[in-house]
Design a protein around this ligand. Sequence first.
Ligand code: AMP
Length: 367
Amino acid sequence: MPPTATIGILGAGQLGRMLALAGYPLGMRFRLLDPALDSPAGELAQQYAAPYDDEPTLTGFAEGLDLVTYEFENVPVAAARFLEALVPVYPPPAALAAAQDRLVEKTFFQRLGIPTPSFAAVDSYEDLERAVAEIGLPAVLKTRRMGYDGKGQAVVRAPEELRSAWQMLGGQGLILEGFVPFTRELSVLAVRGRDGATACYPLVENTHRGGILRRSVAPAPGLTPGLQALAEEYAARALDALGYIGVLAIELFEVEEQLLVNEMAPRVHNSGHWTIEGAATSQFENHLRAVAGLPLGSTAARGHAAMLNLIGTVPDVAPVLVLPECHLHLYGKEPRPGRKLGHITLRADDEATLLQRLAELEALVSG
Ligand code: AMP
């Protein structure tokens, strides 16, 4: 496929925006499908504003495209499969299906011999009592589908909290997970090309606030070659099992030098935004290279990077931009509580300088 490919993206959020920004220098063109108007990527490419499962729209959308990819993992799998009959779709829709259901996802990793928190399916209150007897407390009750940014889940610390957790979430497919006393949360971003070549970025340390990613530091402070190798081995197993093409993000809990998989996202990921300035090739460019059948670019870090999400409000940008090697990314979204409006990436040659600049930045950014 020539680099001048026209790529359809399902979803037109900030990830689609950053994909397009990475693809234009490569000569790529983009077409978007997203039911939401005023979308961050909509300013950059032609957008079809229609439901994802509208087949006549999908047919028109696919016309003349070289391939379709996605930036949103809750696209209906049926829509991805419908498109697959018309045009290549990468990553494979099977990866979407696995990532959309926490039970299927955890079972997938378990089958590959990759550790996860202990888990059990919960479809009734009796199931929940049985799962608690098996897994123990504390535990986390989650919806199997459509959960993101900590939504659709409840921590159960004591037996008397079971009823209220059930009342809050019952009536849909659930999963109970053992509560992991993790040291920290990490993620690995891996990419696999059409020729099966794979590469991984250095592990990222992630900090959440209110269930939303607040901050990423890469490479994760104190990262050992052993931990990186373990993450890469798990990622390679998942990529190969899925016949994956594109960027895959895997969120991990670190517990005593071990890694447990929390979840995966079959797309570019918020914890990889630092790669735009902090790696030799950004996750966005590497995703596009992978799906277009081009050689992958180096995933090596350029020194050390930190990314801070701007959630709900945007700070006064002038004092922020005064910081050395500071890069502002705004997504063109209307401010709303809990909404990701942009991010800021800092880069430095050494970790101590990075962390010092990060402290200065955090003092300027509230929310
Ligand atoms: P999730 O939507 O599954 O990514 O969960 C959102 C956040 O909740 C995670 O980033 C963790 O901080 C926390 N969390 C989720 N599952 C567990 C678990 N099994 N044990 C401890 N914390 C968890």
